[in-house]
Design a binder for this molecule. Sequence first.
Ligand code: ATP
Ligand code: MG
Length: 137
Amino acid sequence: IERTISIVKPDAVGKNVIGKIYDRFESNGLKIVAAKMKHLSRAEAEGFYAVHKERPFFGELVEFMTSGPVMIQVLEGENAVAKNREIMGATNPANADVGTIRKDFADSVGENAVHGSDSAENAAIEIAYFFAATEIC
Ligand code: ATP
Ligand code: MG
């Protein structure tokens, strides 16, 4: 059993599709074991995406991630990291498979509806970034 972080980004929260996205997780055997809605500060977004700070899109990414509230959840299940990435689809929705969250709800590579941890190691770091151990059920 594995855990991963999922974030419903400001574009998808704004489109009022949190529930539709949660349904994708639950329908695919991922269980929500913690969740919080939060409007990230600049410092929180910069810290979360610190690995991307040298990338040309970093400023745009932080701007977007602080543009409105996000819904952050811990997902638990067999191969949760890889399964969540599969359900999300490719980073660029134009390349995302039919039936994925990004294909159905994202508009562009920048505003792409969801985040998911890319490894079990990063999942542990990202979970600790947003949740105390006592907040996970
Ligand atoms: P995430 O980390 O959000 O789950 P990802 O792992 O699919 O997405 P990364 O390469 O980690 O993709 O990029 C992190 C985020 O940065 C992307 O989700 C997207 O919002 C943004 N991003 C990535 N590439 C670009 C780009 N070329 N232009 C604008 N934004 C980008
Ligand atoms: Mg990533």
